[in-house]
Design a protein around this ligand. Structure first.
Ligand SMILES: [Zn+2]
Length: 306
């Protein structure tokens, strides 16, 4: 009897210590890594895709394409000087991997601003196989229609993925330092508010991009950041030496989203850095001579028509 009691209390202690450990880990690492490797070319937001089997969402890597030289291998950006035929071949390959036909893709001429476009089926194919018919001056897309793949190009800038499942709304935005300080993240939340979506109904995933350690900026950039986050206690930057700061753009977008009313528990953030990881293109690391990854989010056509 005594022995059983002893065993039971030992078990309770063990369970308690696991509980404490998990709690500590959660505090230390935030949430689980949202991006899961599907194959050498694709990472997906697995948690979302498990919850909503009709959803396709994630980002490509630089592996497994046809581009050569500095664009090696899976460059999906038309505007960086790569051979357009290679980019098209890479896009066809990606469309196959995602099982999302290229004529359903939508792409943008991104200009580091915060213009967001609502798109419909009529827009399908714009910017899919050429840059000339991409959406001009656009850094964000959203839609509540199925059969459209919203795509944007990245090499260090922060890809933001939005979903409001109750309204079937999905969106994506491109946030480099300019888009971040112009608060494109907040812009999406406000735009959706006008669509009748409350910030508490919005879930956001912050994707692979340059990490705080790799991203060094000057006073000019930091002054914008300071002005924007005056009242925030934990700043997303650190002074390294006179006039030089390391800036965590992902964390900054998280702070902006929280300020815009998106609950902290609705936001997940990757730990993949485009500059630390050779599997990604990095504008900084590759000194501006590089290709682009593609972020994507879309509802498959069959989703709501079944
Ligand atoms: Zn890094």
């Amino acid at each position: 009897m005594k022995r059983r009691k002893y065993k039971a209390s030992r078990l309770a202690v063990t369970i308690y210590s696991i509980h404490v450990k998990l709690k500590k880990n959660k505090k230390r690492y935030g949430k689980m890594e949202p991006f899961v490797v599907q194959n050498k070319s694709i990472l997906t937001i697995e948690n979302w895709m498990n919850q909503f089997p009709e959803l396709v969402a994630g980002i490509t890597t630089r592996n497994g394409g046809y581009s050569k030289g500095i664009y090696r291998e899976l460059n999906l950006g038309f505007h960086v000087g790569d051979d357009a035929q290679d980019v098209c071949a890479n896009r066809i390959k990606t469309a196959d991997l995602l099982d999302f036909s290229l004529n359903r893709w939508i792409g943008a001429e991104q200009i580091h601003d915060c213009i967001i476009q609502k798109v419909t089926k009529d827009d399908c194919g714009k910017g899919a196989i050429s840059y000339t018919d991409a959406f001009k001056g656009t850094d964000g897309f959203y839609t509540d229609e199925s059969g459209i793949l919203l795509t944007l190009c990245f090499a260090d800038c922060v890809p933001l993925f939005f979903i409001a499942p109750e309204k079937k709304m999905i969106g994506t935005a491109h946030a480099g330092w300019k888009g971040t300080v112009k608060t494109i993240a907040k812009q999406m939340v406000e735009t959706w508010r006008n669509e009748g979506i409350h910030p508490e109904q919005i879930f956001v995933t912050i994707g692979p991009s340059i990490c705080g350690k790799c991203y060094i900026v000057n006073d000019y950039v930091i002054n914008f950041v300071k002005n924007l986050l005056e009242e925030v206690e934990e700043k997303p930057y650190n002074l390294i030496k006179e006039g030089q700061y390391s800036l965590d753009l992902r964390e900054m977008n998280r702070l902006i989203l929280r300020k815009a009313g998106v609950p902290d528990q609705n936001i997940t953030m990757t730990s993949y850095c485009s500059s630390c990881n050779e599997q990604f293109f990095s504008h900084r690391r590759d000194q501006g001579q590089t290709g682009r990854m593609l972020s994507f989010i879309g509802w498959k056509e069959t989703a709501f028509s079944l």
